[in-house]
Design a protein around this ligand. Structure first.
Ligand code: HEC
Length: 99
């Protein structure tokens, strides 16, 4: 059987996609998180609340819970992944907790 060049190109593209998939599997916030945060979370408090002296949140788990609390209070009905994603985004930009 002769292998088609087009088949090889498709296989190479698939391998590339799989490779990229494993990179994005790490805890990196997505563009989606930034957008969700900027669109919904800046009306009551700005980012100064995350870095203030005596801030409430003291762990990554606590951060996820607080994101969910504010999200629920707003009636946004985000998916669990969105909550995690925004918590990761806030952690990377402001809180810097180690998992
Ligand atoms: C309706 C007003 C309101 C909106 C909108 C809001 N929050 Fe909050 N948020 C609060 C209040 C009130 C607190 C507690 C402030 C305090 O104790 O001084 C708070 C606190 C927090 C904290 C904890 C800060 C700390 O001290 O460590 C986080 C994190 C947070 N909000 C995330 C979010 C996220 C994410 C969103 C968007 C989904 C959001 N908030 C939108 C009212 C709001």
């Amino acid at each position: 059987m002769k292998i088609q060049p087009r088949f090889l190109a498709a296989a190479a593209a698939a391998a590339l996609l799989l490779g990229l998939g494993s990179v994005t599997a790490q805890a990196q916030p997505t563009e989606n998180a930034k957008e969700l945060y900027e669109d919904n979370c800046l009306s009551c408090h700005g980012s100064e609340i995350f870095t203030r002296e005596g801030r409430m949140v003291t762990s990554l788990d606590g951060l996820e819970r607080q994101v969910q609390r504010c999200e629920t209070a707003l009636g946004l009905r985000w998916f669990d992944e969105d909550i995690k994603d925004v918590a990761t985004y806030l952690n990377q930009n402001y809180y810097n907790f180690e998992r």
